[in-house]
Design a binder for this molecule. Structure first.
Ligand code: NAD
Ligand code: DAU
Length: 339
């Protein structure tokens, strides 16, 4: 079994590579990644020398490079994590989101059609469903919830989902799609809420909370997401969408306070800043389908997962300090000064 993992130098893709190499040592894993600002080769250093692992630097929009890779490696399965993934960046510059997230996905699926594969799995997001009201805790996203996006990022992901379903219906491509809630854990890029708050707290910098911090996200430890995707590859039905989430809804402000408490830092570091444009209020996944069809259940409780994550950031300071010392600071100043 040869599996191409696109975007494997990013947060979830790298965790999925580690999970796959550990749980399926008989697989050959090929990581295809453009190494954008969010991709980091040092993340993969522990697997780089494994005989059944190979890294290829390429852009998923580069048809020639993608076809060459399929021709030489003859993959059985493709799991597409490669994407521009940060909502705030999509509000500043939508173009690259449309290019990578939509065109890139179509190039990969064209390669799958041309060379033949047994599965193309599209890693999507709960953000394609838009948001839920905060005062209706009885409502959840199911696979039947209409797509209703808010940001250029979520619109590009929804477009890719529709294309994947169209390739299944029109060309019979064996596609599956998963729509997961917010992940957290090791190797999470420090522009996102949890790692940003950990890094700022450790540096005694202000913790910028958008609006009143009352928006709700449904957090899942990254390894539980990886396990769910693996199950979908093994047992999922082609042409189907599977929601992934562990009923772990939390307000942003409560997450920030937990991080400060865990690190022994004062709540006076919290700074309320101008809200995100079009900010989704609440995400909440109903995972009934993946639970009843595939037997998936999350294993890591938030209380344990956040401790493990904070410990990881404390023990791997060089990983994130190197990132935040580079061009990331230009982004940070642009996004957060005068906010
Ligand atoms: P990330 O930003 O950490 O990593 C993205 C990776 O894709 C990077 O390694 C980057 O170099 C690579 N990449 C970007 N453009 C590329 C291109 N044109 N060609 C090849 N590689 C390219 O993202 P993440 O948080 O790990 O998210 C991975 C996937 O999971 C995305 O598709 C995202 O939409 C989805 N997702 C993320 C979350 C979350 O909470 N982070 C939740 C649900 C779904
Ligand atoms: O729900 C899945 C999605 O989760 C994925 O599809 C995206 O790729 C991923 O980035 C994530 O999107 P969010 O926008 O929910 O994540 P982010 O970490 O950017 O923000 C989480 C919440 O925290 C959100 O309500 C905005 C808020 N926030 C974020 C940042 C970066 C702040 O209050 N302050 C901040 O500085």
């Amino acid at each position: 079994m040869t599996i191409i993992v696109t975007g494997g130098a990013g947060f979830i893709g790298s965790n999925f590579i580690f999970y796959t190499l550990k749980n399926h040592p008989e697989y050959r894993v090929i990581c295809l990644d453009k190494l954008t600002y969010a991709g980091n080769l040092s993340t993969l250093k522990d697997v780089m020398d494994k005989p059944n692992f190979k890294f290829v630097k390429a852009d998923i929009c580069d048809r020639e490079a993608v076809y060459d890779l399929f021709e030489s490696e003859k993959p059985d399965v493709v799991v597409n994590f490669a994407a521009e993934s940060h909502v705030d960046r999509s509000i500043e510059s939508p173009d690259v989101f449309l290019r990578t997230n939509i065109i890139g996905t179509s190039v990969l699926m064209d390669a799958c059609r041309k060379y033949g594969i047994v599965r193309f799995h599209q890693v999507s997001t709960d953000e394609v469903y838009g948001d839920l009201p905060i005062d209706r805790p009885d409502l959840f996203f199911t696979e039947e919830t209409p797509l209703h996006t808010s940001s250029p990022y979520s619109s590009s992901k929804a477009s890719a989902d529709l294309l994947a379903l169209a390739y299944h219906r029109t060309y019979g491509l064996p596609v599956t799609i998963s729509r997961c809630s917010n992940n957290y854990g090791p190797y999470h890029f420090p522009e996102k809420l949890i790692p940003l708050m950990i890094a700022n707290a450790l540096n005694d910098k202000p913790l910028p909370v958008y609006g009143k911090g009352e928006n709700i996200r449904d957090w899942l430890y990254v390894e539980d997401h990886c396990k769910a995707i693996d199950l979908i590859l093994q047992k999922g039905r082609v042409g189907e969408v599977y929601n992934i989430g562990g009923h772990n809804e939390m307000r942003n402000i409560d997450i920030v306070k937990i991080i400060l408490k865990e690190l022994g830092k004062p709540e006076s570091l919290i700074t309320f800043v101008t809200d995100r444009k079009g900010h989704d209020l609440r995400y909440a996944i109903d995972p009934t389908k993946i639970h009843s069809e595939l037997g998936w259940l999350p294993e890591t409780k938030f209380a344990d997962g956040i401790k493990k994550t904070i410990k990881w950031y404390l023990e791997n300071r060089s990983w994130w300090e190197e990132i935040i010392s580079g061009e990331y600071m230009d982004y940070y100043d642009k996004m957060y000064s005068n906010r």
